[in-house]
Ligand binder design. Structure first.
Ligand code: 5GP
Ligand code: ZN
Length: 119
């Protein structure tokens, strides 16, 4: 646990969150600033700062994150209507919380992916 990490504090029960799923490897809770009708963060219990810090030993954890995304999408009723999974990594992506997490977005047509300047 990283004491200065908001997601570690949520996992430890020291900060509030609207938790929709939890098991021995992964937690999922509603994003505090939703950008879609369904906007849930799928977060490993282990503090891994970003995709850059993933290694082969995390293979099972990464699979479990995708599995939880499937389960939560079904629970939220968006399994068949579709959803987008986003993992930001580093400054240009806009990553603000340096504890690995997957955004699960859905519940309405999301429009084309990506907001970036043409170069
Ligand atoms: P990032 O840009 O790092 O991929 O996204 C971090 C996300 O975490 C943002 O969408 C932000 O709204 C969300 N977030 C930040 N702090 C909190 C919090 O304390 N609780 C919850 N539920 N979400 C948070
Ligand atoms: Zn953390």
């Amino acid at each position: 646990m990283a004491r200065d990490c908001i997601f570690c504090r949520i996992i430890a029960g020291e900060a509030p969150a609207d938790v929709v799923y939890r098991d021995d490897a992964v937690i999922a809770f509603k994003d505090i600033m939703p950008r879609a009708p369904v906007h849930i963060l799928v977060v490993p219990l282990e503090h891994i700062a970003s995709v850059n810090d993933l290694a082969e030993k995390h293979a099972q954890t990464v699979w479990r994150m995708f599995r939880v995304a499937q389960v939560v999408a079904e629970k939220q009723g968006i399994k068949s209507t579709g959803y987008r999974l986003v993992v930001n990594n580093g400054p240009d992506s806009g990553q603000v919380v340096f504890h690995l997490h997957m955004h699960l977005l859905g519940g309405a047509p999301l429009g084309p992916f990506g907001a970036y300047r043409r170069i």
